[in-house]
Design a protein around this ligand. Sequence first.
Ligand SMILES: O=C([O-])[C@@H](O)[C@@H](O)[C@H](O)[C@@H](O)C(=O)[O-]
Ligand SMILES: [Mg+2]
Length: 448
Amino acid sequence: MSDTPKIVEMQVIPVAGYDSMLLNIAGAHNCYFTRILLVLKDSAGHTGVGEAPATGVVLKILNDAIPHIVGQEIGIMNQLVSDLHKRDLEENRQPKPVLPGLRPWDLERHHNAVAVLETALLDLMGQFLNQPVAQLLGPGKQRDEVPVLGYLFYIADRQKTDLEYLEGKAQAGQHPWYHLRHQEAMSHEKVVQLAEAAQDKYGFKDFKLKGGVQAGEVEIETVRALKKRFPQARITVDPNASWSLEQAISLCKDMHGILSYVEDPCGAEQGFSGRETLAEFKRATGLPVATNMIANDWRQMSHALQLNAIDIPLADPHYWSMRGANTIGTLCNAWGLTLGCHSNNHFDVSLAMLAHLGAAAPGEITPFDTHWIWQEGQHLTKNPLQIKDGKLALNGLPGLGVELDMDAVGIAHQRYNTLRHKDRDDAIAMQYLIRGWAFDGKRATLVR
Ligand SMILES: O=C([O-])[C@@H](O)[C@@H](O)[C@H](O)[C@@H](O)C(=O)[O-]
Ligand SMILES: [Mg+2]
C-alpha cells in the first residue's frame, strides 16, 4: 500500500463578515454573519479548506475532533469522515431544547461538522491527485460552468437600528448593486430594482424571492412584478413553509407560467407532516416543488420520495456533504427529479464548494441558490470565483481551487471574536422593527 500525505495540522477558524438587513421568516439578518473555516495542512505541503455555518455546536464538534484527525493519512478520508459522523450521531442523541417551531437552519447543525471535514479532505485529496474536487465526486466533472440564481430579499430599513450595518454609500464609478443591497427594499418596485441591478452586475437569468415576510398576497404580487420585468426568467418564491396548505394552494394555483416552481410553500400542520402537505400542494396546483426543509437526510428523503412530495431537492453540501449532495444529484438524474442547491450567507470557500458540486452533477440542474451577491467584495481567498452571465465557472485548479488570504481571514476572525452574539439569531435585529418580536414558523415576519 502506498502512503498518502499525513494531516499535520487542523485549524478551526470562526470568521464574521458584514450582511444587509435581509428579512426572512426567522426575522432580520444581523449586521454580521458568521462562518467557520476548517483548515487542514498535510505533509505534502498542501492546505485543504472547507466552510460551514458557524454555531457553537459545530465549533465544539470540530475542535473535539482535532486529536482524531491530526496524524492520519488523507487516504483514509472516508473513515475519518464516517468516524466523525458516528460521534456526531452520539451528540445528536442528547436531549434538545424544545423550540417554538424550527427555523430553517435548526435541522442542519449536526451535519455541518461532518460536511466541512469531508470538504477539506476532498480539497487535500484533489491536490494530491492533481484533480479538481468535481472529478472526485460521483460521475466526475460534467460541466465547467454552473448556473446560479439571483437570490432576492425584502430589505428592512437599517436606519431604524443602531447596529453596525454598512451604509453602502453610492459612489461614482461603482456599480449601483453595491449601494442598493444596503438600502431598504420593501415594495415590489424596490425588489424589481434590486433584481435589475443584480442582473446587470451578475447576468442572472433566474430569480428567487425570499418570502414569509409580508402577507402571502403581497409576496405573490412581487413575484408577478418580477415576472413582468423579466418575462424569460424562471422565478420561485420561498416562504419557508409559513403558509398553510390551503393558503399556499390559493396563492399559487393560478401562477402557472409565472412561478416556475415553488419552494417550501407549506409545512407540517394539523398532524400532517411537511412531506404530506407538500405532496397535496403538488397534486392540487400541478406546480413543481423545491425544498430545503423536509428532505434533509436520507430518512426524510425516502419519505419525501415515497409521497411524491418534491421535484427539486435543494441539496446543500454544507449539511448533505459534498458527496452526499452529489449522490442526491445522481438520484435526481435517475428518477426524473432536478437537483438544486440551498444556501445561507457565505464566504468564497463555500462559493467554490457550490461550483464543484454543480460541476459534478449528472443531468439537468436548476440554477443553484447562493447568497454570495450580498457578500461579494468580502473575500477570504485570493482570486475568488466570479458570477458572470449568471454562472460560476471552475478555475481549472486542483482541489477546490482556493487559496486562503490569511490577512483577510485574520481580520474576519478578529471581527468574530468581538461579536456578542456569535450564533445566528435573526430575532435580535427584529426587535428594532417590532418590539418583543418572536419567531413563529407559521406567521409571516411582519404580520404581527
Ligand atoms: O438567509 C436567509 O434568510 C434564508 O432564509 C436562509 O436562512 C434559508 O435557510 C434558505 O436560504 C432557504 O432557502 O430556506
Ligand atoms: Mg428554502
